[in-house]
Design a binder for this molecule. Structure first.
Ligand code: UDP
Length: 377
C-alpha cells in the first residue's frame, strides 16, 4: 500500500518540542513502513523522519504564525494543501491519503477526484459547526477517543469509522530515571489546559511544580518577556499570553513553581519521567491526550479532572486518579504514591503502543478504501 500522510505545515515530524499531532504521526510512520506501507509525507522541509518521499512547500514549521489573525494565516494551510492536491493530480500510485490538517485538509481533498481519504479528527469538534454539519460525505474520518466522537455533530458521527487512541513510542521502552518530588504539567500553556489550577493547588499544598510547554508559539520565558515589553508585537495581548501573565504567573515563584517554556527530546523525557505525578486540570473536553498516554508510558501517574478522554485513558485508582472538583484533585494529588508506576507502564504498553495504533489504522485504511466511491468505480 502507498499512502500520502499529510501532517500539515505547522511543525516538523518529529517536532523538536511541543507537537501532539506531529508526535503521533512520527509514532505511526515507522510502524507503517515496517508493515510494508510506502509513506509519502506532506510536511515541512525540516522533517527529519525517515520516509519514502517528503513533499513540502515550507522549509520550516509555520507554528509561530498560527496565532496571527485569520486573514494573515489562512494562506499557510492552503498553500500547503494546494501542494498536496497538485501531487495527487500528478500521480496515480497513491492508494489512500491519511490527512491530519484541520478543516483545510478535508475541504480541499473533497473537491478532488483523488484517492480515498481518511481524515483524523484531532480537535474539539464543537468548532467549525457549519463545516462539520455538512461534512464532505466522500471522506472517512476517525476520532482519537470515543468520548470525542460521542459528542461530535451528527454528520461526523455518520462519517466516522471509529476512534483510534493516540500512542507513544515511550510505551514499552519508556525511560527509567529516579523519581523526583516535582509535579509536572506538560502541554501548551492556555486556559483549556488549566495550568492556573495546577499552580494554585501546588501553592496551597506547598508542592514543587514545573510547567512545560509553549505559550502562543513562544518557546522560552525570554521570548515571552520580549513580547510583554513590546505593545506593538502581534502577540502582545494574545489571550494565551495574558492567561500566563495574569492568571498563572501569580502562583509562580521561579524556584519551586516555574514555567520553563517548551522542552523537547531527551530533556522532555527526563523531566517527565522523573516527575512524581503528571497533572491534567483540564478545563475542556480534551479530545485525545498525547501527554496523558506519555505519562502512563513513563510510569508517572496522571491525575486530572474527569473530562473528555481522560476517563477512557486513566483507570481511576489503578493507573491514576480522576477528580470532579479542584478540591478533590488536591486530595488525589496527595495520594499519588498509591499508584504503582509499573501498572501505568504495563497499561501503556498494552493499549497505547505504536504497534497497537498502527494495526488499528491499517484496518481503517482498508475500510476507507472499500467504502470510497473511487474504489467502487
Ligand atoms: N510537549 C513537548 N514539550 C513541551 C510541551 C508538550 O514535547 O514543552 C508535547 C507533549 O509531550 C505531547 C504534545 O506536546 O506529546 C502535546 O500533545 P497533547 O495531545 O497532550 O496536547 P495538544 O495537542 O492539545 O496541545
Amino acid at each position: 500500500m502507498n499512502i500520502l500522510l499529510n501532517a500539515g505545515p505547522w511543525l516538523p515530524v518529529p517536532p523538536p518540542g511541543y507537537g501532539g499531532i506531529e508526535n503521533v504521526v512520527a509514532t505511526l510512520i515507522p510502524e507503517l513502513r515496517a508493515r510494508g506501507v510506502r509513506v509519502v509525507l506532506a510536511s515541512v522541509g525540516t522533517s527529519a523522519i525517515e520516509v519514502d518521499e517528503l513533499i513540502s512547500v515550507y522549509a520550516d514549521g509555520q507554528f509561530p504564525h498560527l496565532q496571527k489573525p485569520y486573514n494573515q494565516v489562512m494562506g499557510i494551510a492552503h498553500a500547503h494543501q494546494a501542494r498536496v492536491a497538485e501531487e495527487l493530480r500528478r500521480r496515480d500510485d497513491i492508494d489512500l491519503v491519511h490527512d491530519h490538517l484541520e478543516v483545510v485538509g478535508p475541504g480541499v481533498l473533497a473537491a478532488l477526484d483523488g484517492p480515498p481519504v481518511l481524515h483524523t479528527l484531532h480537535w474539539d469538534l464543537h468548532k467549525h459547526a457549519a463545516f462539520y454539519d455538512s461534512f464532505p460525505h466522500k471522506i472517512a474520518v476517525n476520532g482519537v477517543s470515543h468520548s470525542q466522537l460521542a459528542r461530535a455533530p451528527e454528520a461526523l458521527r455518520r462519517a466516522a469509522l471509529g476512534a483510534v487512541h493516540l500512542a507513544t513510542p515511550l510505551a514499552g521502552t519508556g525511560l527509567r530515571v529516579e523519581r523526583g518530588e516535582h509535579l509536572v504539567v506538560m502541554g501548551r500553556v492556555c486556559g483549556l489546559k488549566g495550568q492556573h489550577v495546577a499552580a494554585r493547588i501546588c501553592q496551597k499544598l506547598d508542592l514543587p511544580l514545573t510547567l512545560a510547554g509553549p505559550v502562543s508559539g513562544l518557546d522560552t520565558p525570554a521570548e515571552l518577556e520580549a513580547v510583554a515589553q513590546d505593545p506593538s508585537h502581534p502577540l502582545y495581548g494574545h489571550p494565551d499570553v495574558r492567561y500566563l501573565v495574569d492568571h498563572v504567573s501569580t502562583y509562580l515563584d521561579g524556584d519551586r513553581a516555574t514555567w520553563i517554556g517548551s522542552v523537547g527530546g531527551e530533556d522532555r523525557d527526563r523531566l517527565y519521567a522523573s516527575a512524581r505525578a503528571s497533572l491534567f486540570p483540564i478545563q475542556w473536553d480534551e479530545p485525545g491526550g498525547t501527554a496523558v498516554v506519555e505519562a502512563l508510558a513513563l510510569g508517572v501517574p496522571p491525575v486530572g479532572l474527569r473530562r473528555g478522554c481522560l476517563p477512557e485513558i486513566i483507570d481511576h485508582g489503578r493507573t491514576g486518579f480522576l477528580a470532579d472538583t479542584e478540591e478533590e484533585l488536591a486530595e488525589w494529588i496527595l495520594r499519588v504514591d498509591e499508584i504503582d508506576p509499573e501498572e501505568c507502564r504495563r497499561e501503556a504498553a498494552r493499549r497505547f503502543s505504536p504497534a497497537v495504533m498502527a494495526e488499528r489504522y491499517l484496518e481503517l485504511y482498508e475500510r476507507a478504501i472499500r467504502r470510497s466511491p473511487v474504489a467502487a468505480r
